[in-house]
Design a protein around this ligand. Structure first.
Ligand SMILES: [Zn+2]
Length: 369
């Protein structure tokens, strides 16, 4: 019997921002290969995703922005594309941008629908593009598939928890549901003082009826497994439990790993996946999305670990010899903890303490804690 649904197609590789860009679509193919070599799909149904229909996309983006993405992708001249977040740097216009972006978003929408249809878990590793805004691309993200998928979940569920363990603040999702108590957004990330997108402070707690339903756990560079998990359990987790979500949308960015080149949290794969284990213990359906992750030897094994936890599939720590990248990715877990200078660790601890006490002061009261 199927343990859930996994969305995948080789066409995911078309979301390609160019050879110099840190977001490499091969990370998806490599994850798929790794999971296949474990025979992980014997127990999980793999479905081909459909492109996102426009009415669903319009719940997350303005008509003007959607049309602009289409026109830029077709090679038409659009004055001042920077206005919409496009240009050199993070968000270059790329061939097939329109089709590829609709496919990523559609895969998350299909995963959300699978959950509505009764799947306990559905996963789309191409999704989790949490930085896209209502009318602007940002941080490698064109369309915000998380927002589209959450709107779909809301058709059935009254209380949706969006939990974001990517190293970057989930700003686009927070923004979309900032005044909405039906969607609790929780993001644990490296502080906006040191990392893109520069937001995600504790004081960003929601507005109007949504006050208290936007939770941010900013942490300092060199935060390790122990500090990260302590802050998660002390500050984020009590709120998640008190909220009693009916469903969780989990953004599984793998970039908090200590070998990730774009950020400076210092987690191991096994430290990171503990948050996924906690989410599974809630006993509610889970829509799992991908997210960031820029080291080609860490992303596939971390998503494989997450996959095993989400779907309850046993996988040996040693990757199968049949996996083509077995030599470079010999194990799923890390063998050792990263070396961190004592003064960096002290600073990370102090910052985490400060963050946790601020969350307790400002946010716990909204959740009867
Ligand atoms: Zn990220």
């Amino acid at each position: 019997m199927s343990k859930g649904v996994f969305l995948y197609t080789g066409n995911f590789l078309k979301y390609d921002l160019g050879p110099q860009h840190p977001l490499k679509p091969t990370r998806l193919a490599r994850t798929h290969e790794l999971l296949s070599s474990y025979n992980a799909f014997d127990q999980v149904e793999v479905r081909q995703p459909n492109p996102c229909p426009l009415p669903d996309l319009q719940l997350a983006h303005s008509a003007e922005y959607i049309e602009t993405v289409d026109r830029l992708s077709a090679g038409e001249h659009v004055p001042f594309p920077f206005r919409y977040g496009f240009g050199y740097g993070d968000n270059p216009v790329f061939p097939d941008m329109w089709d590829a972006s609709l496919l990523y978003t559609g895969a998350s929408l299909d995963a959300a629908q699978a959950v509505l249809d009764g799947a306990a878990v559905a996963m789309n590793i191409s999704g989790g593009l949490h930085h896209a805004h209502w009318d602007r691309a940002a941080g490698f993200c064109v369309f915000n598939d998380c927002v589209v998928a959450i709107h779909q979940l809301r058709r059935r569920f009254e209380r949706v928890a969006y939990i974001d363990i990517d190293v970057h603040h989930g700003d686009g999702v927070q923004e979309a549901f900032y005044d909405d108590p039906h969607v609790l957004t929780v993001s644990i990330h490296e502080s906006g003082q040191t990392l893109f997108p520069g937001t995600g402070y504790v004081r960003e707690e929601g507005i109007g009826a949504g006050t208290g339903y936007s939770v941010n756990v900013p942490l300092w560079p060199y935060t390790d497994d122990e500090i990260w998990y302590w802050a998660w359990r002390e500050a984020a987790w009590p709120i998640v439990e008190a909220y009693r979500p009916e469903v969780v949308c989990l953004e599984c960015g793998t970039d908090p790993h200590y070998l990730d080149p774009l950020a400076r949290l210092c987690l191991t794969a096994q430290g990171w996946v503990r948050a996924v284990e906690d989410v599974m213990r809630l006993g509610v359906p889970v829509l799992a999305l991908g997210g960031g992750g820029y080291n080609p030897t860490t992303v596939p094994r971390m998503w494989a670990l997450a996959f095993g936890t989400l779907f309850g599939v046993e996988m040996s720590n040693d990757t199968p010899a049949s996996f083509p990248y077995h030599d470079r990715i010999p194990t799923l877990r890390d063998d050792e903890n990263p070396p961190i200078a004592p003064h960096d660790l002290v600073q990370a601890k102090n910052h985490a303490r400060q963050t946790v006490s601020e969350i307790k002061e400002r946010l716990f009261v909204h959740h009867g804690l």
